[in-house]
Design a protein around this ligand. Structure first.
Ligand code: SF4
Ligand code: SF4
Length: 310
């Protein structure tokens, strides 16, 4: 039995959409039993590569009550980031779609805070909880799937039936007792286009991703030189990689984002191959002032550009 009425459940969902979230769902805050073993196997195989932080807080990752005292529910939200337009020069080094606009961490956190304030003020004054977006040991895709927002596809992304997988995920772990939504059925079926499309073999089997070989990891998180074995395999991706999502039929009709913060710098999509390779540090700072691309820093982007151009 939830502690607020059905009408309030609806009001929270409506408010979330009004704030610009593309979808919202609720799950009971409980131990993620089914995710524990796959996560442990992934770590045991060192598929997390240099993301050492993934080794930390294992218990918290699978049990939200260790993150938030008295947690009853996990509210998951999605924001569609499908760009209105893609980069124009087919020869230009490629940027993952999620990095076109403002860094999603800020966009989602700000909206989640507004949603939190709304619930506390108008529905449940005793509301307590924490907000997350890729910022703490929270298995965001598992929570979104549990909340009925989609299924985890063979490419390891969350796939929403209408939005596809170009979405970013946020959570509010809270003491508010909400009636959970029902998970939906996995709908990859016999497809394995994503696995066939992955150029490095990082996605080596359904639901199995080895970050050591993943272009997204190697161009963003990896700190050293990119191993020579990947020469010629990056298909021109300079920051992130969308290949296993581009291959997915659930993304072929993805509708453009309505989030103004994800509008890129006006020059970004028009940059030519030459513009990328001659980019100064000053220009880099101007183009990516609020973008997640800053994570790799100028020197990291230069490394990636050099690697794909050799
Ligand atoms: S992001 Fe690219 S390299 Fe990584 S698994 Fe997907 S297709 Fe493979
Ligand atoms: S490409 Fe096919 S197998 Fe891969 S995630 Fe999409 S539907 Fe599933």
């Amino acid at each position: 039995m939830s502690i607020i009425s059905q009408a309030y459940h609806q009001a929270i969902k409506e408010k979330a959409l009004e704030l610009g979230f593309s979808a919202i769902g609720f799950a009971r805050s409980e131990h993620l039993e089914h995710d524990e073993k796959p996560l442990q196997n992934w770590l045991d195989n060192n598929y997390q590569a240099g993301m050492a932080y993934m080794n930390n807080h294992f218990e918290k990752r699978v049990d939200p009550t260790l993150l938030v005292d008295g947690a009853k529910s996990v509210i998951s939200v999605l924001v569609n980031y499908t760009p209105k337009e893609l980069q124009k020069d087919a020869e230009a080094p490629k940027l993952a779609r999620y990095a076109y606009g403002k860094d999603y961490h800020f966009v989602i956190k700000d909206k989640l805070q507004l949603l939190f304030d709304y619930i506390k003020k108008t529905i449940y004054p005793s509301l307590d909880g924490r907000l997350f977006t890729d910022s703490a040991p929270v298995l965001d895709r598992a929570w979104a799937a549990k909340a009925g927002l989609g299924w985890i596809g063979k490419n390891t992304n969350l796939i929403h039936k209408k939005l596809g997988s170009y979405t970013l995920i946020g959570e509010m772990i809270t003491n508010l007792d909400l009636k959970p939504d029902q998970p939906i059925k996995e709908a990859c079926g016999g497809c394995q286009r994503c696995i066939d499309a992955c150029p490095t073999g990082a996605l080596f089997a359904p639901y199995q991703l080895d970050a050591n070989k993943c272009i997204s990891y190697l161009t963003i998180e990896h700190r050293d030189e990119i191993p020579e074995q990947f020469k010629g395999q990056f298909e021109n991706w300079a920051f992130g990689c969308d290949i296993c999502q581009e291959a997915c039929p659930w993304n072929w009709k993805a509708r453009p984002t309505k989030e103004p913060e994800f509008t890129p710098h006006p020059d970004l999509i028009h940059l030519t191959k030459e513009d990328w390779h001659s980019m100064s540090e000053e220009r880099f700072r101007e183009l990516f002032k609020k973008s997640a691309v800053k994570r790799t820093k100028y020197v990291g982007l230069k490394r990636n550009l050099g690697f794909i151009n050799d």
